[in-house]
Ligand binder design. Sequence first.
Ligand code: APR
Ligand code: ZN
Length: 258
Amino acid sequence: MEDAELEGKIMEVARMIVNARRVAALTGAGISTESGIPDFRGPAGLWKRVDPSIATIDYFLENPDKYWEFHIGLVSSAMAARPNAAHIALAELESIGRLDCVITQNIDGLHQKAGNKNVIELHGTLATDRCMGCGKRYSWEEVNKIIKDGGLPPRCPACGSIIRPDVVLFNEQLPAGALNKAFRCSMECDLMLVLGSSLTVMPAAYLPETAKSHGAKVIILNMEPTAMDYIADVIIFGKLGEVLPKIVSYVRKMVSKS
Ligand code: APR
Ligand code: ZN
């Protein structure tokens, strides 16, 4: 994309954010790649190296120890990661009152680490796990200690049942509360920013269409085309860590002038 054209689009998106009544952001793995966490379907995506069937509930139930070996890799990269410039820009957008909610498909907790308060985690979180028998919730740190003491899969000290991750595995229902909030946010916003998602996994990928059908404008910022580019009012191809901070700095200038 030519620099002048890109600059023009960046300013147009900033103006749309300033003029919007309620802004929602839907984020995907692409917003965390510049923090060192691989996405799933991009050029260096995880599913290009690992068979995604490992992340199904069926695989977990049949091979909990092997699933946990995979999961520990996810947790390690997320725990080592720091929010990047895109996360920080999104947190600033919320702090200057120009972002109502972040609906994220990510499980890395980086939006919260960056300072966003209203984060809806559609696919759960790597930060906690829960016992499949008694439902007791554990922090990752506690589970890590249980694993060090007793090996894989981790078992609940209270009842002996296997502990499962608090992430949504493929072929599982999404948490009803989070899903409800996400659809409500999408129906009530008049601007949705879609940031770093291929928009290939339902029901998250329905959210931009839901926003659009309720009268919202949809902006897609991504490095590659997505499955939903046809509904976007503005598309910017670029790296989120470069584009989003530029948008937010224009928003800050426009808001301070008004
Ligand atoms: N800047 C902009 N876009 C980027 C960047 C970046 N720095 N890095 C990657 N991308 C883009 C990729 O080109 C890709 O189109 O982000 C998109 C990420 O898409 P996916 O890897 O499919 O991730 P996501 O859409 O979040 O996947 C949805 O699928 O595997 C499941 O549960 C998992 O939540 C995940 C869901
Ligand atoms: Zn238990």
